[in-house]
Design a protein around this ligand. Structure first.
Ligand code: FES
Length: 105
């Protein structure tokens, strides 16, 4: 079962930048690309580094870990390059009006 939480207003999210949220104990990196919002686990699967401190690669819909450069898909959570080999979780996002919601287990 998942629980839906309101994160923020859409306008609170800077385009093509990551913002970290903590929702029910889940660290989440939230990224706005245009009018879409993506949410992935904020902790790199290689070491315990916050992905929201890294760069967002907007055209590729990826977020890059600043420590060793693995980039993770904002759609699937899968890394596209080493050294990370495991995906980070992806959390469903919905936007209603100006409100952004995320679902967490
Ligand atoms: S800590 Fe993220 S790629 Fe190594």
């Amino acid at each position: 079962m998942t629980i839906r939480h309101r994160l923020c207003a859409l306008d609170d999210l800077e385009p093509c930048a990551a913002r970290r949220f903590e929702v029910d104990g889940h660290p989440i990196a939230v990224v706005r690309v245009g009018d879409d919002v993506h949410a992935v686990g904020d902790t790199c699967s290689h070491q315990r580094i916050s992905l929201s401190e890294g760069e967002v690669l907007c055209e590729r819909l990826e977020i890059e870990c600043w420590k060793h450069g693995s980039a993770f898909s904002l759609l699937t959570g899968e890394p596209s390059m080493l050294p990370a080999t495991r995906p980070v979780p992806v959390f469903p996002v919905t936007i209603e009006g100006d409100d952004v919601y995320v679902e967490v287990p």
